[in-house]
Design a protein around this ligand. Sequence first.
Ligand code: UT7
Length: 331
Amino acid sequence: MAETKRAAITAVGHYLPENRLTNHDLEQMVETDDEWIRTRTGIEERRILKDEDKATAFMGAEAAKELLDQRGVSADEIDVIIVATVTPDYLFPATACLVQSEIEAGNAYSFDVSAACSGFLYALTTGANFIESGRAQKVMVIGSDKMSSIVDYTDRSTCILFGDGAGAVLLEPSEDETGIIDYIHRSEGDTNLSLYQPAGGSLNPANEETVKNRLHYAKQDGRTVFKKATVGMADVSEEIMDKNDLSADDVAWLVPHQANLRIIDATANRMGLDKDKVMVNIDKYGNTTAATIPLCLYDWQNKLEHGDNLILAAFGGGYTWGSIYVKWALN
Ligand code: UT7
């Protein structure tokens, strides 16, 4: 087996649909207003994948193709493809297998990770373990969600929050001290089901009643999730700093899951970080679930420097949450 090395992010790709759904558009659909949405969430618009014949695998594959181009590697060099999503094209087969066939990565094996808004973080550390063990040299980690497929556009408490998109990173053995240094993952069974999609699984398979009762859409008790998320994301971000002896000055960037600007601000405050060290693009894309963190990395990649300390953090349904300490390998 090859020598053990850290896993470094060596390329970033993305896909965002062209179509924009603004707060003003939503004012025409449900009883809401731009001011409420902006002040309570930080969101101004989101992207929506309109094409009915395209979904999560399409967006993931587009992000993957950009990644391959950027790194200049061919798809058949990829060993593993991991897709984090809560909106798979089908319950099975895995969306990762569909991405694999679309990009013609014939030598890879592929699987999905289901951890809602923490999905990208869980997938990233799963991918890193393949590199660290020496069993893989190139692992593609993709976060992709077509949230518009499970959003109820008659429910103002959820339809304002979510958007569609995908982001992808390539993991390869690090050549120096950069790479994924440490992580903390947590989960707790949310027995009250504060954030879930009631039907379509094996407990409530699709039938006339489930469709009539709109049970195939995401439901959220926003206030309960908000409280848990604010504490969970801040706790785990502070904990990873303490564990690695990082002061606020040592951290170049917080890369937070984009669910609500108020949750992001609370996390940054607890870490002692100024706003100019926090990646925020929720205003443009809303909550794209598994795609938020790689989309931030994509948008900020030109500002990142080799050796920058990044703290990635997320909280989501499950409940699931976590943080990852990454020393940036590119640039
Ligand atoms: O990414 C996965 C994890 N998810 C999250 O982290 C999301 C966490 N939750 C949240 O971000 C927030 O709870 C929301 C943005 C979803 C809601 O914000 P909030 O400040 O918690 O509002 P609320 O649910 O407590 O509702 C306050 C009021 C209510 O009216 P009353 O009962 O006070 O009269 C709602 O009916 O705002 C009303 N409301 C709205 N008003 C205008 C709820 N949605 C809307 C809306 N437009 N879209």
